[in-house]
Design a protein around this ligand. Sequence first.
Ligand SMILES: NC(=O)c1ccc[n+]([C@@H]2O[C@H](COP(=O)([O-])OP(=O)(O)OC[C@H]3O[C@@H](n4cnc5c(N)ncnc54)[C@H](OP(=O)(O)O)[C@@H]3O)[C@@H](O)[C@H]2O)c1
Length: 333
Amino acid sequence: MRLLIIGFGFIGKELVKALRGKIRLLREIDRDFMVVGAADSKGYIFDAGGLDVDGLSAINRLSEHQGYRAGGSASELINEDLCNVIVEATPTNIKDGEPGLTHIRLALSRGIHVVTPNKGPLVLAFRELTSIAERNSCDLLYEGTVAGAIPIFSLARECLRGDKIIRLSGILNGTTNYILSRMFFEETSFDIALKEAQEKGIAERDPSYDVDGVDAACKVVILANALMKRNAKIGDVERVGIRGVTQEAISLAKKANYAIKLIGTIDRRLEVAPKLVPINHPLCVHGTLNAIHIEMDLAGEITLVGYGAGKETVSAVLNDLITVLKRRSKQKH
Ligand SMILES: NC(=O)c1ccc[n+]([C@@H]2O[C@H](COP(=O)([O-])OP(=O)(O)OC[C@H]3O[C@@H](n4cnc5c(N)ncnc54)[C@H](OP(=O)(O)O)[C@@H]3O)[C@@H](O)[C@H]2O)c1
């Protein structure tokens, strides 16, 4: 397999570091595995014979690499069939999905497998992309799009194939969970907790994507479409963020042994809203942690807890890549 990494930001670089440490494992599955290219918004590096992953992991920007071709685009590399799997890790854009949507469409239509943590294309075009993948017999894996390192899609697809998921609920955004946790434990106001999250780099300067529940709603859409066969759009999610959650409400809830959490729910309705969660419920996790609670016809209830963002997300991307390598090496033999 020849891998092209599109996006050399936080995730792209963390992936290269992980690949460096796991290269033997990958080559045990596919002895021809190599990274042939990496692209950012202004150009790319490419070597048909394979890039030196050690060297790649030592640079901060692709333009520092001597082979950097400024002005080149990832689409060129995909179009010329120079790779057979891509990791698409460009910024999430939920307005039109770009540039990820174009990269993913193009790759799948050429029979190139896709691994991505980028929510935008999946939120906007889930059905379209999964059907292009099916038509062209290739993989489209997106474990990193929801709840970072928590392997929700793999678990449901591999280990719970015989179960029917009746309801899914979860803390799907680490930033809002951090803010609500500070309000719960330190008794600070929403404004102070938000400012602290911004100072720590947990929240963006414009926090609305997180605090108004948009990010959590994107994840609800992907979960509903991928695991519950819906055809949901972001507008189908009833959404209330956490701006209206007061310290008084949190204190009152706490006295009654509840915490207020921003919960995404998928049952008959799709919803993101602050909810009372009993403090001894497995979903009641704090700080930047995410949690997903699945209710099934056979297994009953299962809760998964883990990191929803940060370097741990690379686990999801790497394991998806390993899934692609394993499936293809099985086909070879
Ligand atoms: N960071 C996390 O913890 C996390 C967790 C889960 C999911 N994700 C998702 O993973 C994706 C990547 O996140 P990130 O944190 O790595 O973002 P990032 O640090 O902002 O990096 C994005 C990279 O994409 C590149 N890029 C932008 N437009 C491009 C184009 N047209 N062609 C090729 N490359 C292009 C950027 O290039 P320049 O360097 O030239 O600007 C940059 O290298 C996002 O969709 C994000 O939502 C991230």
